[in-house]
Design a protein around this ligand. Structure first.
Ligand code: HEM
Length: 404
């Protein structure tokens, strides 16, 4: 049997709870060629360098081996100038300068949503902080921001889960069970697309609340095409909660694993702002991004990435790079100079970061303030399959009660 590379080992499901020893090995070769001809970049300096390098494209259409990607072309897989124009056409319905108040106006709603989820736990002694907190909070918030009916959550959640389960970049991709999951993806994505196309059509006929209606009724040649709206709507609905769910779930898990940090946050609630940044550095909700490739030969860290080669930027590993972060495996809510790449950098820098920050600060802050004597039931907890959007499937916690 051929020995697996550290990257292949990190991608195995059995290592989902702790890929970090494999990342450490991987970082010895900052830019590592894989047996399939792709290149994995695992060190902070090189990840940041390539994020700002115009010789790196995110556009799948420019790749010689155009991969089968369940999520079709969106701003995340466009290059300038197409990317910049489309991103602005979306952003102006979401953030400053055109919509300076959108996110700020959601603060009371976000507080109410997470507050009610905690109220619902009253009287319970054991709670799953994924199914009862980290998932329903962000999914409710993103539905309201975008204008998606809350009743549709179970349906689109099923399609997204199935699509994520079917995506495997590791050595298990060829296992018969995984191939069955992968075969199901196109149908799930088609249903998801059809659902959003229907919703967007409805908003065209009758405008309503939220960002989707704003994008559809933007009007004139300046707006996005119908197809582009549907594809980017898929991206936003999915990226707008899957990532935040994992950040909140991992935050609960890691605070319970580090009682000194939990106690510090209880005594000094203002640490929630730098604290959430550190929690995202410590366990990045987007472990890597798989859509980049080289437009030319690129010399970097003693390696040449040949033109056309796929490039994986390993954010989860860069955020644990000891060359950039002192004691990277230590959770330190007061870490100075914490410029992690959890939301990426450069032109694809996360569009939703201000919303994600507000949600995570509210959710984790309220968890710390209100949950009495929380104790982890299972450590490590079971993990979700997906390698990019890495997070626990459940975080069972025993509690003594919920404060008002
Ligand atoms: C903790 C939560 C989140 C994390 C960790 C996260 C992370 C990321 C990362 C790493 C990228 C860059 C991918 C790349 O090209 O390498 C990205 C892009 C993006 N994110 Fe987020 N995200 C989060 C929440 C959100 C939310 C709440 C929304 C929607 C409101 C959102 C929408 C997007 C969009 C639309 C892009 C594409 C931007 C572009 O290509 O210009 N994300 N995110």
């Amino acid at each position: 049997m051929v020995e697996e590379t550290p990257w292949q080992q990190a991608l195995r499901y059995a290592n989902r709870a702790n890929p970090y020893p494999f990342y450490e090995e991987l970082r010895r070769t900052p830019v590592a060629r894989q047996p399939d001809g792709s290149y994995v970049v695992s060190t902070y300096r090189e990840v940041v360098q390539l994020l700002h390098d115009p010789r790196v494209t995110s556009d799948q259409r420019k790749r010689p081996d155009t991969p089968s990607n369940p999520f079709e072309a969106t701003i995340i897989t466009e290059d300038p100038s197409e990317h910049d124009v489309d991103r602005r056409r979306m952003m102006r319905h979401f953030a400053p300068p055109e919509c300076p108040q959108t996110i700020a106006d959601f603060e009371p709603e976000i507080r109410r949503v997470f507050g009610e989820l905690l109220n619902d736990m009253k009287g319970k002694t054991r709670v799953d902080f994924v199914d009862e907190f980290a998932f329903p909070g962000p999914v409710t918030v993103i539905c309201k921001v975008l204008g998606v009916p809350l009743e549709s959550i179970p349906r689109f959640h099923g399609w997204i889960e199935a699509a994520l389960d079917g995506l495997d970049f590791g050595p298990e991709a060829n296992d018969p069970e995984q191939q069955r999951r992968t075969a199901a993806v196109p149908d799930q994505v088609a249903e998801f697309r059809q659902f959003l196309a229907g919703l967007i059509d409805q908003y065209r006929k009758q405008p309503g609340p939220g960002m989707f209606s704003g994008m559809v009724n933007d009007g004139g040649p300046e707006g996005l095409s119908q197809q582009s709206i549907v594809r980017n709507a898929m991206l936003m609905l999915f990226a707008g909660h899957e990532t935040t769910v994992n950040l909140i779930a991992h935050s609960v898990l890691n605070l319970l694993r580090h009682p000194d940090q939990l106690e510090k946050l209880r005594r000094r609630p203002e640490l929630i702002v730098p604290g959430v940044e550190e929690l995202l550095r410590f366990e990045s909700s987007v472990q890597f991004w798989p859509t980049r490739s080289a437009l030319e030969d690129i010399e970097i860290a003693g390696t040449t990435i040949p033109k056309g080669a796929p490039i994986f930027l390993a954010y989860g590993s860069a955020n644990r790079d000891p060359e950039r972060f002192e004691n990277p495996d230590r959770l330190d809510l007061e870490r100075p100079d914490n410029q992690h790449v959890g939301y990426s950098q450069g032109i694809h820098y996360c569009f939703g970061a201000p919303l994600a920050r507000l949600e995570a600060q509210t959710a984790v802050g309220e968890f710390v303030r209100r949950v009495q004597n929380p104790r982890l039931v299972e450590d490590p907890p079971p993990y979700r399959r997906n390698q990019i959007f890495r997070g626990p499937r459940h975080v069972w916690v025993d509690i003594d009660g919920i404060r008002d």
